[in-house]
Design a protein around this ligand. Structure first.
Ligand SMILES: NC(=O)c1ccc[n+]([C@@H]2O[C@H](COP(=O)([O-])OP(=O)(O)OC[C@H]3O[C@@H](n4cnc5c(N)ncnc54)[C@H](O)[C@@H]3O)[C@@H](O)[C@H]2O)c1
Length: 245
């Protein structure tokens, strides 16, 4: 796997799965645009790690649920490197609550960050990828978008939405040399899942055939494969990284 001529944007890559994806893509040679929202320090730290590997890296703070921020993210990437080859739609949040207690605000916020961002970022990079007749779009869905999960109606709807979006855009852009796939992690050990109660985590693990939560690196390996030349005949797919769930 060699991505040394490629430029990748990884959204929400200041920590967790996004950080692991940014580091993995850099490891196989890619130039990486690291993005997050809020605190710039973690993003700069990831950028520092990538530069220490001898790779190019640009940190860009942007809220990917806002079209103006997404436009700036793409403009800054093009200004720095003149191309965009890989987009990883990773940024995501959850605001869990049983439906009867879920506020409209929490519904809207999760749909905006987890699903609208995928529409905005994909649309913003597509023209550039189509022009160069090569592109890889990989979005991080979730097993919750496939199976559902109590207390996560907003999150499950957004993650299921990513799957429908992925399968549709894959068909729309196949003739332009752009592949569009999703990765659906199961339960991965990050800050998102570290918030779960210990007894609930033990209960979840009983339902994972491989017996434990995955690591961010496990997801990153799957993303790097889908981003590679070797995956050129794979599009419109959802790859589970879920320990067999
Ligand atoms: N951890 C899991 O078990 C798991 C399972 C399935 C899917 N996922 C998905 O994987 C992705 C990464 O999850 P994680 O576990 O690393 O979570 P995380 O909370 O550790 O990291 C998410 C990152 O996204 C950033 N982010 C949030 N809103 C943003 C915005 N508007 N613009 C830019 N960046 C933003 C956050 O600041 C954070 O750095 C998410 O889409 C999540 O839904 C996670």
């Amino acid at each position: 796997m060699n991505l040394s001529t490629k430029v990748a944007i990884v959204t929400g890559s200041g920590r967790g799965i996004g950080r692991a994806i940014a580091l993995k893509l850099a490891e196989v040679g890619a130039t990486v645009v690291v993005n997050d929202v809020g605190d710039a320090k973690p993003v700069e730290a990831v950028a520092g790690e990538i530069k220490a590997m001898g790779r190019e890296c640009l940190p860009v703070m942007a809220d990917v649920s806002l079209s103006s921020d997404v436009a700036r993210l793409v403009e800054e990437t093009l200004a720095a490197y003149g191309r965009i080859d890989i987009l990883v739609n990773n940024a995501g949040i959850n605001r869990d609550q049983l439906l009867l207690r879920m506020s409209e605000e929490d519904w809207d916020k999760v749909l905006a960050v987890d699903l609208k961002s995928v529409f905005l970022c994909t649309k913003a990079v597509l023209r550039h990828m189509a022009k160069q007749r090569w592109g890889r779009i990989i979005s991080i869905s979730s097993i919750v978008g496939i199976m559902g999960n109590k207390g996560q109606a907003n999150y499950a709807a957004a993650k299921a939405g990513i799957i429908g979006f992925t399968r549709t855009i894959a068909k729309e852009v196949a003739s332009h040399g752009v592949t569009v796939n999703a990765v659906a992690p199961g339960f991965i050990d990050t800050e998102m899942t570290q918030r779960l109660k210990e007894e609930w985590k033990q209960e979840l693990k009983r339902h994972i055939p491989l017996g434990d939560f995955g690591s961010p690196r496990d997801v990153a390996e799957a993303v790097a494969f889908l981003a590679s030349e070797e995956a050129k005949y794979i599009t419109g797919q959802v790859l589970g990284v879920d320990g067999g769930m």
